[in-house]
Write a protein that binds this ligand. Sequence first.
Ligand code: FES
Ligand code: FES
Length: 123
Amino acid sequence: MYNETVKDHFYHPRNAGELEDADGIGEVGDINCGDIMRITLRVERDIITAIRFKTFGCAAAIATSSMVTELANGKTLQQALRISNADVAAALGGLPEEKLSCSNLAADALHAAIRDYRARRSP
Ligand code: FES
Ligand code: FES
């Protein structure tokens, strides 16, 4: 059901965990199934210098979380905001059709964390 890239990110997730004193926190969930994805960011001069995820969800949700942290790490906030849910699924080499809703959490959580960072900084 899952390709090798997805399995690799599920079995060896990148950037799992949570940053202490994060500059931005994004948490999104799917109310229908109760899955939650939480992303914490550290930002320096508009660049994401560290990022971690915590996810309650299925293998697809874990793999997309892991992949979105890899895609976003080291990017400017502008670049990271342009990462779409479809980009994450494509970077994983595709996901089963019935799992696309799970994968939609990842970029949403990233964008929510960036919005949180900006909201905290705006006077
Ligand atoms: Fe709930 Fe995928 S995250 S089934
Ligand atoms: Fe909840 Fe997939 S079933 S996001």
